[in-house]
Design a protein around this ligand. Sequence first.
Ligand SMILES: Nc1ncnc2c1ncn2[C@@H]1O[C@H](COP(=O)(O)OP(=O)(O)O)[C@@H](O)[C@H]1O
Ligand SMILES: [Mg+2]
Length: 298
Amino acid sequence: MTAALHTSSITSLPLIARGKVRENYAVGEDRILMIASDRISAFDVIMDEPIPGKGALLTQMALFWFDKLDGIVPNHLTGDDPLSVVTAAEQAQVRGRAMLVKRLKPLPIEAVVRGYLAGSGWAEYKTNGQVCGVQLPAGLQNASKLPEPIFTPATKAEMGDHDENIDFDRCVEIIGRDLAERVRDIAIQLYRRAADFALTKGIIIADTKFEFGLDADGTLTLMDEVLTPDSSRYWPAESYAVGSNPPSYDKQFLRDWLEQATVDGKPWGKVAPAPALPAEVISNTAAKYQEALERLTR
Ligand SMILES: Nc1ncnc2c1ncn2[C@@H]1O[C@H](COP(=O)(O)OP(=O)(O)O)[C@@H](O)[C@H]1O
Ligand SMILES: [Mg+2]
């Protein structure tokens, strides 16, 4: 394995943006080199320590899913080799962890689909029996499977902020009815196909977030990473039980550790900077990402 990469620095291309995990570089006017670093975030705070192998695993997993989801909606992959757009000296930062994609105009919403009740969905359901304006049957528990997958959009938060759940009407106000309906229907189709496949490999995809953009012709296009454990809740099917949140596949070690971590004798307040991660948390987390990919692709 190559050395862990916390932050890429490609100087031969203009940097467009640094996200929580990826750096985007412009390749000409119409393409982006997206480099998945080994950074990990939890509670929306980026850790100082990278997780070795994570960026490459996420990229491989996204490519795997783009292939599986082929035919539902166009995606942003160009098929061009990411190594071909950087200098020889920069290739080590790119190899295995990058995608060379069409540069799209991102829709300012996150297309979340939930097949199970968890996280902010469960929290909202307990208060009003709904998630993002979708009325659900009474009597559901934490981690209950929903009768049908539901579309529960969110706004895209600025760096460091939390995304905000919105209802479908608000989504229509933001992107227009026609697009909102297409995004909803396509996102649900994508989720169904992925969740059905994952289940055959012993993984429950409880929920996931897709991002879409428009290309120069206005064609609705699937972008970003898809169906990675960073953008989805992966649960091992064998430890699934209604009533409690199953340990998620990826960040559970990290979250559990952070929940009990102290800084200057006080519990860490979930704002940057994060406490330094012990080696065990790093290696356990790396192993979980590896296991998720192996399960899906074996
Ligand atoms: N094809 C594309 N065209 C334009 N922007 C894209 C494309 N694919 C992904 N993006 C954007 O690239 C960024 C990926 O970096 P990431 O680290 O995941 O950011 P974030 O912290 O916002 O999740 C996201 O802002 C995403 O919306
Ligand atoms: Mg992202």
